[in-house]
Design a protein around this ligand. Structure first.
Ligand SMILES: *Cc1c(COP(=O)(O)O)cnc(C)c1O
Length: 413
């Protein structure tokens, strides 16, 4: 997006504000579908948890995407946004049988990731088809926080437990219509991914009624210059070929499924903040913005590097700044960044603010969560209002009657 459009949005809607570029989301969607055009049946289920605003979900639905959900609330959001139940897959981890039954009753595809619930669900509802989440124990990323396929991860049913899994399926006579893996949030290496896929194919052979194989996600997008990004064209070529060969062997044209979150929305997002204070200390120049990790936690939580640009001074001299927030906690967005000279009141934009940014925002320090704006066909549309003081009070119970006024003998008045 043009800096001038972003500045205008900050002027109109105020800061801090999240902005999402619908064109970028659309082009990423098409890029991924194009990469797999050799596959007869392809399905992309957008991972709602990355960015779950209803307007974004509606946009995804209009593109033909399905929806990947991890909670009953996300399922309900998806239905509200217009997704048909059949186009929603529910992939929870560690939720109760009751919640899974509630999702099943809404007609969405169930994906189960542990043997205990699988057995209980199969005994009670042998006629409801389920997908099974496998853990292939493959480390697809470098950071153990985001590579969930390895041996001590809580996700999925271990491939070492396949015999047990098969016994449950046989005894309950349940129908397994899909097999799934999600190895983590970074496909660094296509060969690692293909290796994990082989494990999935091997597992898939055990099931006679498959309709789809779900390869999860983990597509990497660049956050800063020089970052590696997943070569989806190469992955598309190699995996499609292998998938088609598997289908032939299996005797049925299955659907190849992915559930990208970050790939579709990360680069489409901009977070606009206003500089409150420029603070020079003996060693550092801080620019303090009207935000903190209450609005954008990824730098503090994952060490994520979001590029920061001063859009108010596009031709200014570059200087070194540490960009920090205004909450009472260390909330560093970036240390020693080269940024065009910053003056108080300038608007700084954070790139890659589409995925796992707003959805992880909180009210810490009793601050309001920001507004969200969708940039669609050259126009800015407010898609979530900034919170107000009423939102901070909402759900709080008025207990003022419980507490008597403090006696004057205590206050000394
Ligand atoms: C979070 C999640 C995704 C999306 O991961 P990205 O890295 O954002 O693409 C896909 N599948 C499951 C099961 C998830 O939990």
């Amino acid at each position: 997006m043009e800096a001038t459009s972003l500045l205008e949005i900050a002027n109109t809607f105020g800061a801090p504000v999240y902005v999402y570029d619908a064109d970028k989301i659309t082009s990423q969607y098409h890029k991924l579908t194009r990469a797999f055009d050799q596959v007869e049946h392809l399905r992309l289920n957008y991972a709602a948890k990355a960015l779950s605003n209803l307007s974004i979900l509606r946009l995804m639905n209009s593109l033909g995407s399905g929806l990947d959900t991890v909670s009953i609330q996300e399922v309900k959001l998806g239905l509200l946004a217009g997704f048909s139940p059949e186009s929603i897959i529910y992939t929870p981890n560690g939720v109760s049988l009751e919640e899974i039954e509630e999702a099943a009753a809404l007609g969405v595809q169930i994906n189960i990731d542990n043997l205990s619930i699988l057995e209980q669900f199969g005994n009670k509802h042998p006629d409801i088809p389920v997908c099974i989440r496998i853990n292939p124990h493959v480390m697809a990323g470098g950071n153990s926080n985001i590579s969930v396929g390895h041996i001590d991860s809580k996700f999925g049913i271990s491939i070492h437990q396949i015999p047990h899994l098969l016994r449950i399926v046989e005894l309950t006579d349940m129908r397994v219509n899909g097999i799934h893996m999600h190895t983590g949030s970074d496909i660094l290496d296509i060969d690692v991914f293909l290796y994990a896929s082989e494990i999935l194919f091997e597992t898939a052979k055990h099931f006679k009624h498959l309709e789809f194989i779900d390869f999860g996600s983990g597509f990497k997008v660049p956050y800063k210059k020089g970052d590696i990004q997943t070569n989806v064209e190469e992955l598309g070529k190699k995996l499609s070929k292998r998938f088609n060969a598997f289908c032939k062997e299996y005797g049925k044209s299955l659907t190849l499924t992915f559930e990208p979150g970050k790939f579709l929305v990360s680069e489409a997002g901009y977070f606009l903040t206003k500089v409150n204070v420029v603070k020079q200390t003996t060693s550092t120049v801080f620019a303090q913005v009207d935000s903190g990790f209450n609005h954008l936690i990824r730098p503090m939580l994952y060490g994520a590097k979001h590029e920061i640009i001063n859009i108010s001074n596009p031709t200014g001299r570059e200087r070194y700044y540490s960009i920090v927030g205004y909450i009472c906690e260390t909330d560093t967005f970036g240390s020693n960044r080269r940024i065009r000279e910053i003056t108080e009141g300038d608007i700084l934009t954070f790139r890659n603010a589409g995925a796992y940014c707003f959805t992880m925002a909180s009210n810490y320090n009793s601050r309001y969560r920001p507004a969200e704006v969708l940039w669609y066909k050259g126009k800015a549309h407010l898609i979530r209002e900034r919170e107000t003081f009423d939102d901070i009070l909402k759900n709080q119970v008025d207990t003022s009657a419980l507490f008597e006024a403090v006696p004057e003998s205590v206050t000394g008045k």
